[in-house]
Design a protein around this ligand. Structure first.
Ligand code: NAG
Ligand code: NAG
Ligand code: NAG
Ligand code: NAG
Length: 153
């Protein structure tokens, strides 16, 4: 009884962020930070992107092409943005570790629509785990559940 409650608990926790978030944060094998923003732009709006983070009360823009807005100069040569198919943008940032607080909120905006996610410094997933999760979320979850089931029984 307790065991199956635990399994359903893990399943529930895993499903929520996968379903509701149009922003993901992970660390690549080469230690760069990757933020994917998967917001579909509204038709007939100017196509723009903006990536930022907020640490405590400070919000800093990492990369953007909103006209009139500009990135914090600290990030000038450290970040780049590419387009994703079918929708969205990917921002990659190097040398970020020293700047993360325990609790960092990443924000992105596409054509004015925003999404955000709060991550803990020591808890950022590696990107290979995330792509596995997105590609094949069911089998990944089954493995995870079996793993937990096994280690907790
Ligand atoms: C921002 O970049 C995207 C992709 O490169 C481009 O399609 C869009 O026109 C740019 N927007 C502005 C305001 O420059
Ligand atoms: C990142 O950390 C470095 C070293 O601590 C500091 O000099 C720099 O100002 C920080 N950058 C930002 C954007 O907070
Ligand atoms: C982290 O930030 C979120 C959103 O601002 C807040 O709800 C949460 O309590 C914070 N957690 C910690 C450990 O500071
Ligand atoms: C983060 O997103 C939530 C809804 O998903 C919104 O209520 C909140 O205002 C956003 N926070 C920031 C700092 O934009």
């Amino acid at each position: 009884m307790l065991k199956s409650l635990f399994v359903y608990g893990v399943l529930g926790v895993m499903l929520i962020p996968v379903k509701s978030k149009r922003i993901t944060v992970c660390v690549e094998d080469d230690e760069e930070l990757r933020v994917d923003c998967l917001i579909e732009p509204k038709p007939n709006k100017i196509n723009t992107y903006q990536f930022s983070w907020s640490i405590g009360p400070r919000q800093e823009t990492i990369n953007t092409n909103v006209s009139g807005d500009s990135a914090n100069k600290e990030f000038k040569d450290k970040s780049r943005v590419e387009e994703l198919e079918p929708v969205g943008y990917r921002m990659t940032l190097s040398d970020f570790r020293d700047n993360l607080s325990d609790n960092t909120t990443f924000l992105c905006k596409i054509s004015g629509q925003g999404e955000n996610i709060t991550v803990q410094k020591d808890n950022i997933l590696s990107c290979s785990a995330v792509s596995l999760l997105l590609k094949n979320s069911w089998s990944w979850m089954v493995y995870l559940l079996l793993f937990f089931y096994h280690t907790h029984s």
